[in-house]
Ligand binder design. Structure first.
Ligand SMILES: [Zn+2]
Length: 106
């Protein structure tokens, strides 16, 4: 996979957990040209998640003020972290992984 493909795959995983994949192409385009794209797969997914969380309201209409993604059972958003070469959502309160990025919903 090229880096461009990996970014698109990472964006798809993150936006799936945000609840909408409608903006995958435009979000991926926006991130592709930017600086600081990490090379390891898990780090890349975490980086994409951080970027998309910063401007989530661009990718989901009406998302302003909503936690993206919601931490299961809590009011706050989950944080993206890489552990063991896998990208996880982590509860910022207890510091425990709550699900792999891309697999939080369902
Ligand atoms: Zn939490």
């Amino acid at each position: 996979m090229s880096t461009a493909d990996e970014i698109e795959a990472a964006v798809t995983r993150v936006l799936t957990d945000f609840g909408s994949v409608a903006q995958v192409a435009s979000a991926a385009d926006r991130l592709r040209g930017g600086p600081g794209v990490p090379l390891s797969r898990a780090a890349l997914v975490v980086w994409v998640a951080d970027q998309l969380q910063n401007d989530g309201n661009l990718w989901l209409r009406g998302a302003w003020g909503r936690p993206l993604p919601p931490c299961p059972g809590h009011q706050h958003p989950a944080n993206a972290r890489a552990f063991d070469d896998e990208a996880w959502w982590v509860c910022p309160e207890v510091g425990e992984p709550v699900g792999r990025i891309g697999e939080l919903a369902g």
